[in-house]
Write a protein that binds this ligand. Structure first.
Ligand code: HEC
Length: 108
């Protein structure tokens, strides 16, 4: 996907999220500030806003950590997630992985 297409997909995702009312706020303001962009696609409750995005609620924490590191270093190439994971530190990754892993799936 070229960069232009990537950004239009990204913007479309964000607009959709905004259109859905962003009732997708995490209970914690600090988490919203840091990971609000993630929630705009994957849902603050870990249930994705579109069927083409993965649900993360209840996913194994170690899997989430591993896959986010792979997106970040490019060993799991994906245009959207590569860009999303790039700025994350190891401790950011641990924090968001723990957050999603602790949500009970199917609670939407
Ligand atoms: C524009 C929508 C969008 C945003 C924003 C977004 N993601 Fe994703 N995410 C996706 C898509 C699409 C995939 C599937 C990628 C693939 O096919 O490899 C994905 C995959 C993932 C996966 C792997 C799931 C699996 O089952 O392997 C994780 C973990 C993840 N995202 C976490 C995050 C985090 C953390 C953020 C914020 C830093 C974020 N995402 C932001 C769309 C998004």
């Amino acid at each position: 996907m070229n960069q232009r297409k990537f950004f239009s997909v990204l913007i479309a995702g964000l607009l959709l999220a905004a259109g859905s009312g962003l009732a997708q706020a995490a209970p914690n303001a600090a988490l919203n500030a840091k990971f609000g962009v993630c929630f705009s696609c994957h849902g603050a409750d870990g249930h994705a806003i579109l069927p083409t995005y993965p649900n993360l609620a209840g996913q194994n924490k170690d899997y989430l950590v591993q896959t986010l590191r792979e997106f970040r270093d490019g060993t799991r190439p994906n245009a959207i997630m590569g860009a999303m994971a790039k700025p994350l530190s190891n401790s950011d990754i641990d924090q968001i992985a723990m957050y999603f892993a602790n949500i009970k799936p199917g609670t939407k």
